[in-house]
Design a protein around this ligand. Structure first.
Ligand SMILES: [Zn+2]
Length: 317
């Protein structure tokens, strides 16, 4: 496994696989910026390989078929064009699985966008998981595990990825980029260490993202004017608002520098809090309002997100 923070997960799976104790259904959350795709693809290869060791051999017939992209015992189910995964897709899959494997090895299914399954589709999958065909492995990857039916979740082994520390990510980035990070890059790494692959692509392209949190902090301190919200940017600002409220709560609780994201602004932000007389309960209440807006926007497509965030911001003015 090339990504150091996923090695523990990898070792665990390889051990279970080689000792014959591997469950047949696995749920791996879809965190692309943490390397979920690399992890899943490596693992699918390992499951299909007929002579695996710590990883797929890359030489057996099964590996070669997989490399060529036409392994007859590999199935991928996903949502298409933003539509949900329907029951027909699951039924078709189940029928194919009933047939015996063409190669000597296992049958492997990758179910992507799993939270987009309709309830009927999820129930059909549940039935398949309850009566699995022999030597069949399922890898199910939802964006959020908690969006799956509880009955479905209980049928799978749930995996979690550890978020790497800032130090570990800095080290990895320096290795990959073959240079030391600039001060600005170090700051971004501290803030986005949960998204190492995003950091790598930003730094490789030399395009650093807009630091919404830093800007929002400057706004409430009166150094910048309030940004104009629109459909394209409001979600980034919502995230920054949540982060800022989290930071203000930590400041109000008197937490030390090692817990803070806006170290340089911490003193002026403390003064601002005193001046505004905001307490932790209020800040927490607004943070919950942010989560409410986020949840509502995921569930209702016609929601006016920019307006709702604007209203939240009015309380911070
Ligand atoms: Zn192989």
């Amino acid at each position: 496994m090339s990504l150091p923070w996923l090695r523990e997960n990898w070792r665990h799976l390889v051990n279970e696989h080689s000792s014959g104790k591997l469950s047949h259904a696995h749920c791996i959350p879809w965190f692309p910026d943490l390397g979920a795709e690399t992890f899943i693809r490596e693992w699918l290869k390992l499951l299909l390989c007929t002579q695996p060791k710590q990883r797929a051999c890359g030489r057996c017939k099964s590996c070669l078929l997989q490399l060529a992209g036409n392994h007859p015992d590999y199935y991928e189910v996903a949502s298409h064009d933003g539509k949900g995964i329907g029951v027909d897709q699951i039924r078709e899959l189940t029928e194919k699985l009933q047939q015996t494997p063409n190669q000597a090895g296992a049958k492997v299914v990758w179910l992507r966008d799993a939270e987009r399954m309709s309830v009927t589709a999820a129930n059909a999958l549940l039935k398949t998981l309850e009566e699995p065909t022999q030597a069949t492995y399922f890898v199910v990857s939802p964006e959020r595990t908690e969006r799956l039916l509880p009955t479905l979740r209980s049928r799978m082994q749930l995996h979690r990825f550890q978020i790497p520390t800032t130090d570990a990510v800095e080290q990895w980035l320096a290795q990959r980029l073959k240079r030391v990070l600039t001060a600005e890059e170090q700051q971004l790494t501290q803030r986005y260490h949960h998204r190492p692959l995003a950091l790598l692509s930003w730094f490789e392209a030399g395009q650093l993202p807009t630091d919404h949190l830093q800007q929002l902090s400057a706004v409430i301190l009166g150094q910048l004017s309030w940004p104009k919200l629109d459909k394209g940017n409001w979600q980034a600002w919502l995230l920054a608002t949540e982060q800022l409220l989290g930071e203000l709560i930590r400041l109000q609780q008197g937490l030390g520098q090692e817990h803070l994201q806006l170290v340089d602004d911490s003193q002026p932000l403390r003064l601002w809090l005193t001046e505004k007389n905001f307490n932790v309960t209020e800040l927490n209440h607004w943070l919950k309002s942010c989560y409410g807006v986020r949840k509502a926007s995921a569930e209702q497509s016609g929601l006016n997100g920019p307006l709702l965030l604007q209203e939240l911001w009015m309380r911070l003015h």
